[in-house]
Write a protein that binds this ligand. Structure first.
Ligand code: PHE
Length: 449
């Protein structure tokens, strides 16, 4: 039967740690290390962090629990899960697959930059503390018409090779070492950055909300970032939930994953933003923030170039555990629905994703002036996925779980028929039926129309 593929996949996270690592691995990635700090920088710092955490607590946890529960109940991929609840909802799963496809196309471009920086750390090219030189070096790298596309290809090929062979022991074992290593590394970086002379302005910027900067656009950015960072709203967590054993404690996992994810994002903020101020950068510099600031911080540390190398390798690994989950969603959909072989699917999709990513790469250089709806390709892909598809997917999953499937059924599944404790079950029902969909709906409506 067609479920054979899924059964093999299900074995992959047979153990509790395996599942938690895979889910946390999907969640922790460039979204935390690269995107969160620059989004906070762009949106006035503390006020963004405040709104982000408010959304995380109300909507993030709620949907994490919801998607895990729906996945385990249906034991299906995203599309199949929605279809099982109602045929009319199949499109939500399909939209999730499309979102994963689009996100990966630009995610891989940024992954390529990371590979480039690994090489730059080996050659010592970035062991300089002069911020202007670092800024120029970054600008030259991303605006080159060919080089970043080659690195984007390398990132896609690595992702493809891992998904090709199935997510075997290797990644699981690597994650067990990599995640704690990344954690320690980023704590060390945060300490160095916070103690730089002149860092206090950055700390204040990051921690003290200036509510005069609050706007509906900021709230939509924060909402999109919560979904992006937690891998919510597109069926990845549903798919991962479908591999969970029936006695697994869902409420606990739904707290663990967002807590780890947010800790990494906040630490990345502490590592980057104080240094931005101490070294005289602009916090609103955008996607280059991590690449320009951190090398300067490393240059001010003993064994800096070694740390730089280690850091970018860890960032690459974190990006890969996310990118494989993005590709996997697309692959499992095509294998299940179109009955293609796994090999052919992986190859064709990876090639298509690579090609769609090329305009993103060019939009930082020769195509910078090509604008669609006033946005270059990178901004356009990012806006459509993070600010339109993910919130819409999240809204639909609230409606699906809270209203169509029903919270009684959901609670039964989440608590393994009452065997697992779910202290906040009533609060959760209220959040998923009312608070989350209404809040997402209002923000979405106000910011788009
Ligand atoms: N959550 C990942 C990150 O923060 C990115 C991602 C988004 C992965 C959506 C899967 C799905 O980098």
């Amino acid at each position: 039967m067609e479920t054979k593929q899924k059964t093999t996949e299900r074995e992959q996270w047979g153990s509790k740690t395996g599942f938690l690592l895979a889910a946390a691995g999907s969640a922790v990635g460039l979204g935390n290390l690269w995107k969160f700090p620059y989004m906070a920088g762009k949106n006035g710092g503390g006020v963004f962090v405040f709104v982000y955490i408010a959304i995380l607590v109300t909507i993030g946890f709620t949907l994490m629990a919801g998607e895990l529960t729906l996945g385990r109940y249906t034991q299906l991929n995203a599309l199949g899960a929605y279809r099982k609840i109602s045929k009319k909802l199949t499109w939500v799963g399909a939209m999730g697959v499309l979102t994963a496809f689009l996100i990966l196309s630009y995610y891989s471009v940024i992954g390529g930059w990371v590979i480039n920086y690994i090489i730059k750390s080996v050659t010592g090219a970035i062991s300089i503390s002069d911020t202007e030189t670092l800024g120029n070096m970054f600008g030259t790298m991303i605006s080159n018409p060919i080089q970043p596309i080659l690195y984007h290809a390398v990132f896609m090929i690595i992702t493809l090779v891992i998904v090709f062979g199935g997510i075997g022991d290797g990644i699981e074992k690597a994650s067990k070492i990599m995640m704690p290593a990344l954690f320690i590394m980023i704590i060390a970086l945060a300490i160095r950055s916070v103690t730089l002379p002149g860092a206090s302005a950055g700390l204040e910027f990051f921690l003290k909300p200036d509510f005069s900067k609050l706007s509906i656009g900021l709230v939509l950015d924060a909402l999109g970032q919560v979904f992006f960072s937690l891998s919510l709203g597109m069926g990845i967590i549903i798919t991962y939930g479908s591999y969970l054993p029936k006695n697994e404690n869902i409420p606990q996992s739904a707290v663990f994953i967002p807590v780890v994810d947010t800790a990494v994002a906040l630490l990345a903020g502490f590592a980057i933003l104080p240094a931005v101020f101490a070294l005289g950068f602009e916090p609103s510099a955008g996607p280059g923030l991590m690449f320009v600031t951190l090398p300067a911080v490393f240059a001010k540390m003993p064994f800096g170039s070694l740390f730089a190398l280690l850091f970018f390798v860890l960032v690459l690994l974190a990006a890969l555990t996310s990118s494989i989950s993005l590709l996997e969603v697309c692959v499992s959909y095509v294998v299940d629905e179109w009955k293609w072989s796994r090999k052919k699917t992986t190859m064709v999709l990876a090639l298509a994703i690579f090609l769609i990513g090329v305009p993103t790469s060019l939009s930082f250089g020769p195509w910078a002036d090509i604008k669609i709806f006033g946005k270059n390709f990178f901004d356009l892909y990012d806006f459509i996925t993070s600010n339109v598809f993910l919130p819409l997917g999240g809204l639909m999953s609230c409606i699906t779980i809270g209203w169509v499937w029903g919270t009684d059924n959901a609670i039964k599944e989440a608590t393994s028929n009452g065997k697992v404790k779910f202290a906040l079950a009533k609060v959760w029902c209220f959040l998923i039926k009312w608070v989350a969909p209404v809040a997402i709906g209002i923000v979405f409506y106000r910011s788009i129309f």
